[in-house]
Ligand binder design. Structure first.
Ligand code: PA5
Length: 470
């Protein structure tokens, strides 16, 4: 049995008024004022969990046997595993694979990849990119995992249709074992296709929304196939679930993160949050968080229907890379942001910088130290610069990057997002703004039942004044 002891922590000293001053910093009193609301939101979430209305709370309790069995079969026989999906059906697998998967797997031989297939997440419908990916893969050695909860998303279904056409042409009748579908257990056209063609399939629990689904087969299947320890990932989420049972906003890491972001947004005029990992491996987690935070909290109305236009805009940045790009703006530009760093206390590798260019002062100060020290010092430098310029910033510290710590982070940010929905009094589990785009595509691509909407859109577009420069 693996012994997991290392918890992620949050250092929020630099968001407080003692560090960044009373105008931009949060006072203990402001946090205290949130406690009654926090207790109500805690109760609301507990009710959703108990009644089974929202399922992400319990994904870490699921049995992974079927997923691991399928993954073992794929590992033996295939070289590539391609996820066809978008949004919540793609970002989680991509982020976690980037964090704990075999990065640069496409460059490695099968033996160096320990026999695991390369994972590709085709989360777009760019014809150049998707076309190039398909022509680079040998269909005989590739599994395509179609992931769509609704089974109706135009991007995913068009990817699947292109792949289906290609497989039929190249493999004739022998393509069925090259496709595995992850979708609703009973509803939707994908489930119909699974039944009609007797395809391998996994289920997205009906009470788990796309962006909260990485702990289900949506994320676990591709991750297991790519060699990620999915049990450690879920154990990490379980550990975080255990640490986030209380409604104490300064003791519960998920609620603390929400409380800080909420006060920053509504009281300190910080409508943007920059998530900045100082680790390339964790950059995808910032991308995943951006979707979770934006799609869950960016809402026109409260749950009661009053117009609020709520939400805090998530921005992703990468340390140290973006020190030479965005950080100038962050240190001296408008006071409209709060920062969340992801810090890694111990990297897997230590890369020593050799003494190679003699006694030149421009390089000799680096010689003998490590890239690890340099990256860490640069992170301390960014925090220091922001803090002395009165920019609130907090740090989520990962003792190391492992499936277990990433599993903790996933659950913490999912719970924070749900809790923040409660603080803003919006529904964090729907996405009417996204549905709008989906309906536009259905109408304009000629889907049955959408001709009225197509006529309406066409008329509106005809009336709008065009201004172009040629
Ligand atoms: O979080 C969400 O609900 C969305 O981002 C969906 O995941 C995305 O739109 C894809 O939907 P589906 O899985 O139904 O294809």
């Amino acid at each position: 049995m693996t012994d997991y002891k290392r918890d992620i922590t949050i250092d929020y000293s630099n968001v407080m008024e003692e560090a960044v001053g009373p105008e931009h910093g949060i006072s203990q009193g402001e946090l205290e004022l949130l406690r009654p609301r926090a207790a109500e939101v805690h109760k609301w979430l507990a009710g959703l969990k108990e009644k089974g209305e929202i399922g992400f709370f319990k994904l870490h309790e699921a049995d992974t046997t079927k997923i691991k069995k399928y993954a073992a079969r794929v590992r033996e026989r295939y070289e590539n595993f391609v996820v066809l999906g978008i949004g919540g059906s793609a970002l989680g697998a991509s982020a976690i694979n980037g964090a704990v998967g075999r990065n640069f797997a496409p460059l490695l031989t099968k033996r160096k990849r320990d026999g695991y297939p390369r994972l590709f997440v085709a989360d777009n419908i760019d014809p150049d990119n998707f076309g190039q990916l398909l022509s680079a893969l040998d269909p005989k050695k590739t599994i395509f995992n179609v992931v769509s909860k609704s089974g109706a998303t135009a991007e995913t279904m068009s990817q699947f249709m292109v792949v289906f056409g290609m497989l039929e042409k190249k493999l004739k009748g022998k393509w069925k074992k090259r496709v595995v579908v992850t979708t609703d257990p009973a509803k939707g056209v994908l489930r119909e296709i699974v039944n009609e063609h007797k395809l391998d399939s996994f289920e997205v629990p009906p009470n788990v929304g796309g962006r909260f689904s990485v702990g289900s087969a949506v994320g676990l299947l591709p991750l297991a196939c790519a060699g990620v320890d999915v049990d450690a990932l879920l154990a990490g989420s379980a550990r975080m679930a255990e640490r986030t049972r209380s409604d104490d906003i300064t003791g519960n890491p998920a609620y603390l993160f929400s409380a800080v972001m909420h006060v920053a947004d509504v009281k300190k005029r910080k409508p943007m949050v920059v998530m900045m990992p100082y680790s390339s491996r964790l950059y995808g987690m910032a991308d995943w968080f951006a979707q979770l935070w934006a799609e869950s909290l960016g809402k026109r109305t409260t749950r009661g229907g009053s117009v609020v236009h709520a939400g805090q805009t998530p921005i992703k940045a990468l340390g140290a890379t973006d020190q030479h790009s965005q950080v100038q703006l962050y240190v001296e530009g408008p006071f409209d942001k709060i920062f969340a760093f992801l810090e890694v206390e111990k990297f897997d590798s230590e890369l020593r910088i050799p003494s190679v260019f003699g006694k030149r002062p421009e390089t000799s100060y680096l010689a003998g130290s490590t890239m690890n020290e340099l990256l860490n010092i640069e992170l301390q430098g960014t925090k220091y610069a922001l803090t002395i310029h009165n920019r609130p910033n907090l740090t989520i510290k990962l003792p190391e990057i492992s499936a277990h710590t990433v599993g903790q982070l996933v659950y913490m940010l999912e719970l924070s997002t749900a809790f923040s929905g409660g603080l803003y009094d919006v529904n964090p589990f729907d996405q009417p703004g996204v549905e709008f785009g989906k309906n536009f595509a259905y109408a304009m691509m000629g889907k049955e039942g959408y001709s009225g909407l197509k006529a309406e859109i066409t008329a509106k577009l005809k009336d709008s004044k065009r201004r172009t420069v040629e």
